[in-house]
Ligand binder design. Structure first.
Ligand SMILES: [Zn+2]
Length: 110
């Protein structure tokens, strides 16, 4: 059938909303993009409030992601990848929280 005029006019004339970029979540340690596996989100809070782990992924602010694995968390912390990505120091408490999250996931996986 070569009856032109496909009815995809909606796609052709799509408003900007349809082109909204899907944010790509990339682990700062292994550079894997988060697909099915939810990455841990670390967000830099506004007004010098430091950084926080963002389990819901809903906090606003500059975020960085890391796989919920002990290996990636360790690498991200050791090489200061999170700090570089967020341009702010990662406090020990947050580092501990990340390690705990990574350890939990690893344990659950095993
Ligand atoms: Zn990773």
């Amino acid at each position: 059938m070569t009856a032109g005029g496909p009815t995809d006019g909606a796609a052709a004339g799509a408003p900007a909303a349809a082109k909204r970029r899907v944010p790509v979540r990339t682990c700062v340690a292994c550079r894997t993009t988060g697909g099915k596996r939810a990455l841990l989100r670390v967000v830099r809070l506004p007004e010098g409030q430091g950084v926080a782990l963002d389990p819901t992924g809903k906090r606003s602010g500059r975020g960085a992601y890391v796989c919920p694995t002990a290996a990636c968390v360790a690498l991200a912390l050791k090489q200061k990848k999170l700090e570089r990505s967020l341009k702010t120091p990662i406090p020990d408490a947050l580092a501990d929280a990340l390690r705990a999250a990574g350890a939990e996931t690893a344990a659950a996986d095993a």
